[in-house]
Design a protein around this ligand. Structure first.
Ligand code: ADP
Ligand code: MG
Length: 626
């Protein structure tokens, strides 16, 4: 019989799976058992929703059969089975999910268990087996088929006899090598141990014949080997268990078993609610964002179970967008099995659960923030942006809920701080919560606009994310304190120099008007600065749109070009100002040169491009050769 080749790239991938992806070989069994359990879920669900099918709960089980003589290990299930087509498409192509795009093996960090994330779980079998045989009969087909493969060189498929619907996977276990002991995967005690560790909470019995030595009947000292079929797993789903019975490791194993993420969970939440709507949930906050998290491809959602039966793999309605990073499952007795997507949106119970979950996640994050700052910052690093989007989205509908989860870098503390911490430190005479925007903390640190606020001793929040200022503008206030950009016209700072500034403005009215003319339309005003101390110029903006927002909006793909109303501020105490005045009095051409230079400098400080770099450098040369 002709061998069929694995589909494109599969060979390389298969080698990777076998040689490098796994942290531990033993997880091959977890993968096979979890596939078996998925298959039984499917047939169980059909039986519950299809009147023509009747099954007894005792019909559903998984059986593990080691055979030392033949060096085989069988994993048998009574699940939905696979048709010939399904065998080809499910097992003939690795990584159907198509997201397997590591550049090289080194990207796969030690201990990261990404199997299953990419639909390659089945291939884990090749880590311990030379030959893998799958015999399967589908509920939807008459015939049974045998799929067989020795690894990367391809596979064969042929018809075969099998009475019952379900799947049998036979591993021809590898011979021991000098480094590796494969015999252990044929040992009852070892298999039992692996099942207990990874698959204890599988809802269906995982059975195995266990040989035990027992006293012979009627004898006092003669023993005989008795074979007894035992159910190895406890079968109580983890979410129905008591929290006190569970360890962190149990939750971590469940996370891995379910492939909620390929990292470790940062925190878990186990919820048992016995109120008007009853439900159990296990939720995880992952440690790091999936590679596609901030893209359109990312789909949020929780697994939804109705009384232990999986009815939906990704129920989006259970999670608000601002917590879309949360993984896990919800089980409720109060939901109908036949619930469809359309019905879900109107389901009152589901809404109650979603609302409740939203609150619980928030509280969990708050307590993490309070009790384990380091962990929280790790979380914030991965998902802080999503929280900020949450503040901004839906016209700020969730801002109250989310505001205490925000962190910003503080000019004073030199680390991330909460708004509450900021406000609690505000001196009495400080009116506003000050912020400055820029590309990085280092750049903001040097911004001329921060000078006066910093000199006053006030704390400044540094906003370096594109979304930051939008979120802050949406918040408007925190604990009745308004946010104020260090670039805004009114900084609320009592300044002795105010009178002097007014005088200067009056005195140099004509100079400023001339400069404004020179900059024809690029700025709405040229003014005496009240905020500059050592720098000669800076740009600020009047009105709703700040310079930072101009940058962000203009960088968007649908480029609606907008411009902030820019104001060029001049430090009249700076020596440069004397030169300006002299030029105004004696040499109008020079005034033009100086004004353009200063304006372009201000643009550069803001991180904005100068309109005409050639002209700008020519201008500098002119000054140098004068
Ligand atoms: P995943 O489980 O992430 O989809 P796997 O590589 O573990 O990826 O399995 C691939 C597919 O093969 C499964 O999605 C399923 O359709 C099918 N499959 C694997 N094992 C079984 C089984 N025991 N019974 C029925 N179908 C199975
Ligand atoms: Mg799988």
């Amino acid at each position: 019989m002709a061998k069929k080749e694995f589909k494109a790239e599969s060979k390389k991938l298969l080698d990777m799976v076998i040689n490098s992806i796994y942290s531990k070989r033993e997880v091959f069994l977890r993968e096979l058992i979890s596939n078996a359990s998925d298959a039984i879920d499917k047939i169980y669900y059909r039986a519950l929703t299809d009147d023509n099918l009747t099954f007894n709960p005792s019909d559903y089980y998984i059986k593990i059969e080691p055979n030392k003589d033949k060096r085989t290990l069988k994993v048998i299930d009574t699940g939905i089975g696979m048709t010939k087509d399904e065998l080809e498409s499910n097992l003939g192509t690795i990584a159907r999910s198509g997201s397997f795009n590591f550049k090289n093996e080194n990207e796969i960090k030690d201990g990261y268990d990404i199997i299953g994330q990419f639909g390659v779980g089945f291939y884990a079998a090749f880590m311990v087996a030379d030959t893998v045989t799958v015999i399967s009969k589908s509920l939807d087909g008459e015939e049974a088929y045998k799929w067989e493969s020795q690894g990367s060189d391809g596979y064969t498929i042929e018809s075969v006899e099998k009475d019952d619907v379900g799947t049998e996977i036979i591993l021809q276990v590898k011979d021991n090598t000098e480094e590796e002991n494969y015999d252990e995967y044929l040992e009852e005690y070892r298999l039992k141990q692996i099942i207990k560790k990874y698959s204890d909470f599988i809802r269906y019995p995982i059975k195995m014949d266990i040989t035990e030595s027992k006293l012979k009947e009627g004898s006092e000292d003669e023993y005989e080997d008795v074979i007894e079929e035992q159910t190895i797993n406890s079968m109580v789903p983890i979410w129905k268990k008591n929290k006190s019975e569970l360890t962190n490791e149990d939750y971590e194993n469940f996370y891995n078993e379910k492939h909620y993420g390929y990292d470790k969970p940062l925190k878990h939440l186990h919820i048992n609610v016995d109120g008007t709507v009853r439900y159990n949930a296990i939720l995880y906050i992952p440690e790091s964002a999936p590679f596609n998290y901030y893209t359109k491809e990312y789909e949020k959602g929780l697994e939804l179970y109705s009384n232990g039966v999986l009815i939906m793999e990704k129920c989006a309605d259970l999670l608000p967008d601002h917590f879309s990073f949360v993984k896990g499952m919800v089980d409720s007795e109060d939901l109908s099995l036949n619930i469809s997507r359309e019905m879900l949106q109107h389901d009152r119970q589901l809404k109650v659960i979603a609302k409740n979950i939203n609150k619980k996640i928030k509280n969990q994050l708050l307590s993490l923030l309070r009790d384990d700052r380091e962990k929280y910052e790790k979380f914030y690093n991965s998902f802080g942006q999503q929280i900020k989007f949450g503040v901004y989205n839906d016209f700020g509908a969730n801002k109250e809920l989310l505001q205490d989860l925000l962190l910003f870098y503080s000019s004073k503390e030199k680390k991330l701080v909460t708004l509450e911490e900021y406000v609690s430190r505000m001196p009495e005479d400080q009116k506003y919560i000050y912020y400055a925007t820029g590309e990085s903390n280092e750049r903001i640190e040097k911004l001329p606009q921060t000078e006066i606020v910093a000199e006053k001793g006030y704390e400044i929040l540094y906003l370096t994310d594109q979304i930051d200022e939008f979120a802050i503008k949406m918040l408007m206030k925190y604990q009745d304190k308004e946010f104020r950009s260090v670039s805004s016209e009114d900084l609320g700072i009592e300044d002795e120099n105010n009178e002097e500034a007014k005088e200067q403005a009056e005195e140099n009215k004509d100079l400023f008007a001339a400069m404004k003319d020179i900059l024809s339309g690029k700025v709405v005003d040229v003014r005496v600065s009240k905020r500059l101390k050592s720098h000669p110029v800076c740009l600020t903006a009047e009105g709703e749109i700040s310079i930072e927002m101009e940058k962000v909006i203009n960088a968007m793909p649908d480029n609606q070009h907008i411009e902030a109303n820019k104001v060029l501020e001049i430090n009249v105490d700076h020596d440069v100002f004397k030169s300006l005045k002299a030029a105004y009095d004696n040499d109008k051409e020079k005034l033009g040169l100086y004004t353009n230079l200063l304006y372009n400098q201000a643009l550069l400080i803001e991180g904005l491009p100068v309109n005409d770099p050639v002209e700008f450098t020519n201008d500098i040369c002119k000054v140098m050769t004068n």
